[in-house]
Design a protein around this ligand. Structure first.
Ligand code: N7H
Length: 441
């Protein structure tokens, strides 16, 4: 089995709290920082084992990860064997990810981010108290480079991202760790943890049981997305106009807002199915007597869910390109004024989106692969949620087919990006023993 007391908790199961602060920092005194890391900070770091049962969960869960620049600042010169990590996310910006660089937060575009503390709790007060404790322990050896406060959406939208869709349903099961639910793909731990079965890259011994964290601040233009659905509502005669708008959104996503998979319930939402973990992930896009290469009556080929994980759509079923997602929404609810105008406010305090977190042992096979070769791939249509033209141009019209079940050849052009990348960074989330024995002095 895996050493769950040594693996940081966010990687395999996620910290799953309603508030999560991403505190990006610059190390200004490497020696002082390293001297405080073992006795001071390490006891606050939450391993996987502590998150498994409610009674062992800390009030505030803490994880810690470093950028390549951060490791270099700490005089850790070993090559971790991942070029994307070594070069930093800015190196991938336009050609691989398709981001428009001018939309990047300046901190992500700059050189000051050495690491990130992930602080998760039920309240912002708890998070801030733990942050103060960390800053006191680090005694002026770091400064804030940037921070992003993630928060679950309110009331019945809890667990749903800002477009309104239930998130966090389909993550892979990890061999030796999780018992797979029906339909859940079972993936070797080495795809997520360095040095475990399935990781074929040569790494320094201390990197074992660490993971690469791909962080992305992804702004969501919610009023624009909603207007698009209304303006392009489908025309199923058995559905109301509202339901036809919902149907279009569900087909773009691959799940209904409830989380029910379109592959299992193609024309109506099914909240009971959505809430049933024995059934809500138990599909692979194939059906008896169904031509997987042409039939889009259930789920469109371009749906976000199908683009980012084609399941049986690839033969043999893909076992190489998987991530574990652990993101959380950020920003406030849509205001009445934004709803009335159908336009997102330009007020920075009203920016909303997804603080996207993906774990993998190989960034070029994980997050970057999914974005570049699947989401941004025009074959079967670019991903209508997160796809870009792959050249770093904003609002380039995308032309997915298959969204209209009545006429799968019909192209419904999307003129606008509903998700705008504000940038991010690649980090390494080391094991607790690596923090103790290699990073600390
Ligand atoms: Fe996606 N969304 O709410 O629109 N995503 N995603 N994602 N995503 C998924 O099944 C969303 C993004 C994946 O195994 C769901 O758990 C939004 C990036 C993968 O079948 C929803 C953004 C990448 C899956 C969303 C965003 C991915 C997945 C369904 C950006 C990788 C699982 C919930 C703002 C490059 C696929 C669920 C599978 C599911 C949304 C970004 C990947 C609702 C809003 C950048 C692998």
């Amino acid at each position: 089995g895996l050493n769950l007391t040594n693996i940081q908790g966010d990687i395999l199961i996620g910290m799953k709290k309603n508030k999560e602060l991403f505190f990006f920092f610059t190390i200004i005194n490497s020696t002082l920082f390293r001297s405080q890391l073992g006795s001071g900070i390490l006891p606050l770091i939450t391993p996987t084992s502590q998150l498994l049962a409610v009674d062992t969960q800390p009030t505030t869960a803490v994880n810690l990860a470093f950028s390549q620049r951060g490791l270099t600042t700490l005089d850790i010169t070993d090559d971790l064997g991942d070029t994307a990590f070594a070069n930093g996310q800015i190196d991938n910006v336009a050609s691989i990810l398709g981001d428009e660089t001018s939309n990047w937060e300046s901190a992500f575009a700059g050189t000051s981010i050495h690491g990130v503390f992930l602080l998760a709790s039920d309240t912002v007060d708890n998070v801030n108290a733990t942050l103060s404790q960390i800053q006191a322990l680090l005694n002026g050896s770091i400064t804030e480079a940037y921070s992003l406060q993630g928060q679950a959406r309110p009331a019945d939208q809890q667990g749903h991202e800002h477009f309104g869709f239930m998130d966090g349903i389909s993550n892979p099961a990890v061999t030796g760790f999780s018992t797979p639910l029906p339909g859940q793909q079972v993936i070797d731990p080495g795809l997520f943890l360095l040095g475990e079965t399935g990781d074929t890259v040569t790494r320094p011994a201390w990197a074992k049981d660490g993971s690469f964290l791909a962080f992305r601040q992804l702004q969501q233009r919610v009023p624009e997305f909603n207007k698009f659905l209304v303006d392009n509502a489908l025309s199923n005669p058995n559905l109301t106009a509202d339901q036809n708008a919902e149907l279009l959104g569900a087909r773009m996503m691959g799940r209904w807002k409830s989380g029910a998979p379109v592959d299992l319930t193609p024309t109506v939402d099914d909240p009971v199915l959505a809430a049933d973990p024995q059934r809500n992930n138990n599909f692979n896009y194939s059906h008896p007597g169904f031509d997987l290469d042409t039939d889009q009556t259930h789920c469109p080929f371009s749906a976000h869910l199908r683009k980012t994980n084609p399941r049986a759509g690839l033969t043999p079923e893909n076992t190489a390109n998987h991530i574990i997602r652990a993101g959380i929404p950020y920003g406030p609810e849509v205001t009445d004024a934004e709803n009335a105008s159908n336009v997102s406010s330009t007020d920075p305090s009203l920016e909303r989106g997804l603080a996207f977190v993906a774990y993998q042992s190989d960034i070029n096979a994980g997050f970057a692969f999914l974005q570049q070769f699947w989401a941004n791939n025009a074959g079967y249509g670019v991903d209508p949620i997160i796809g870009t033209d792959g050249l770093g141009q904003p609002d380039v019209p995308r032309s997915p087919s298959g969204l209209d079940p009545a006429d799968p050849t019909r192209i419904i052009t999307i003129e606008q990006d509903f998700v705008v990348s504000r940038g991010g960074e690649y980090f390494f989330s080391p094991s607790l023993s690596a923090i103790q024995n290699t990073l600390a002095i």
